[in-house]
Write a protein that binds this ligand. Structure first.
Ligand code: XIL
Length: 415
């Protein structure tokens, strides 16, 4: 299937790219400036960054539930560490408002395999989510036998490149280690879960800015999903997981992450009720993550209004795993619909002041999980399989530029 995706996309207009409507050049996704122009670029960049920072203060107020307040490892922190993150000069991250992180899911093995891929990643993204490395099954393949290397490396990579690390995910029914036996008694299972949450969050205390504490805990009707955790521990496991995580790192932002809840669905209503109930009894839920694994031919209903009602509960919101899969073969029309959906999601996020991060689930059609998980689908990302930017990438650039354009122009009489 991956072969189909590659051929189709390369043959279509995906690799051609579209110049931004205002005629300004596209942020460089792959090319690097010549050495002679680096000094000039740095000076220009500093001026642009200073301007953008001032503008976004007016545009996006700090969320009540707590903004990405800039601990030392955060790309939004004041640059006091002296470290110069690489790859900040051009690309999506340089266009984003100061309190919005632009992220991608990532695996260390992808970064090690291809310098071009790595370059695009550091140029465009100031946040990363561990696509698989922090899932329980991978972290602790045998009881007490931890494999920290891939996740440690991702965290170090993020720190070295000015990328905030989003931890994914502490409690998820599909990543339960195979050595856990559901016939064990409730106390044993509870101790195991608590120990897992405490150990992982504690290890990355101060290094991971946010955690998906629980992932996909709802069924399609918006009720609690039937999982080992619900069966053994009852519904209280969700509140417990948040409390354990909060104890292990009081500064980490704690998210509940879900799919199929981007628009006004029954499931979204269930999520809304759950978050409201958790907050009402003081459970430290700081944010709601909307995975956003979308199809090219379906637009979520009233995404902005939906995000806003969650934000009104006092939590941050985040687009956590966006991709837009296309039923093969890829056509120019489908790429255009895909482009519109990427734009739709970013606009919604930019419209809600407490939308803290906008993350795509991988950026290359060559390596996306869609190719292997959804038969007959592919081409879900913003770069094609040859690492050329697609219309969807240009849509993100344009949308970020539009936003800056709006806030950069002072209104008459604003002083
Ligand atoms: C997926 C990864 O992308 C795949 O590589 C892996 O084989 C399975 O999991 N929702 C989630 C993510 O929360 O963890 C999933 O990631 C995609 C769906």
């Amino acid at each position: 299937m991956a072969e189909n995706v590659r051929t189709d996309v390369a043959a279509g207009p995906a690799s051609a790219g579209v110049a931004p409507a205002d005629g300004t050049p596209r942020p460089v996704a792959r090319r690097r400036p010549g050495r002679g122009s680096i000094t000039l670029l740095v000076v220009l960049l500093l001026a642009v960054v200073a301007g953008a920072g001032a503008a976004t203060i007016h545009a996006r107020q700090s969320p009540a539930a707590g903004p990405p307040s800039g601990p030392p490892w955060s790309p939004t922190a004041a640059p006091t560490t002296g470290a110069t993150p690489t790859g900040t000069g051009t690309g999506l991250r340089s266009l984003a408002p100061a309190n919005l992180r632009i992220g991608s899911a990532m695996e260390m093995k992808l970064l090690d395999a291809d310098p071009r891929f790595r370059d695009i990643f550091t140029t465009n993204f100031n946040a990363l989510t561990a696509e698989n490395a922090m899932k329980w099954r991978n972290l602790e393949p045998t009881r007490g036998g931890y494999n920290w290397t891939p996740s440690d490396q991702l965290v170090e990579f993020g720190q070295a490149h000015g990328q905030a690390v989003y931890g994914h995910t502490l409690v998820w029914h599909t990543a339960v280690p195979s050595w856990i036996d559901e016939s064990w008694d409730t106390e044993t299972i509870r101790d195991l879960l608590r120990n897992h949450v405490t150990t992982v969050v504690g290890r990355y205390r101060g290094k991971v800015w946010a955690w998906d504490v629980v992932n996909e805990v709802l069924d399609e009707q918006g009720g609690l999903r039937d999982t080992i955790w619900l069966r053994k521990l009852g519904p209280g496991y969700i509140a417990d997981a948040f409390r354990w995580a909060h104890e292990a790192d009081p500064n980490a932002r704690l998210f509940i992450n879900e799919y199929g809840t981007e628009g006004r669905t029954r499931k979204a209503d269930g999520l809304f009720r759950l978050v409201r109930e958790l907050r009402a009894v003081g459970v430290p839920v700081h944010g709601v993550g909307f995975q956003s694994h979308l199809r090219w031919d379906r637009t979520p209903d009233d995404t902005t209004g939906n995000l806003r009602r969650f934000a009104d509960l006092g939590v941050s919101v985040a687009i956590t795993e966006l991709d837009v899969r296309i039923t093969l073969p890829v056509t120019p029309e489908k790429l255009q619909r895909q482009e519109r959906l990427y734009r739709h999601m970013l606009r919604a996020c930019l419209t809600v002041p407490t939308c803290e991060s906008f993350t795509v689930w991988g950026f290359s059609d060559a390596t996306s999980w869609i190719n292997t998980t959804y038969p007959d689908h592919g081409a879900a990302c913003v770069f094609d399989a040859d690492l050329e930017p697609k219309p969807a990438y240009d849509a993100l650039v344009e949308t970020l530029r539009e936003r800056r354009g709006r806030v950069d122009v002072p209104s008459p009489g604003s002083g």
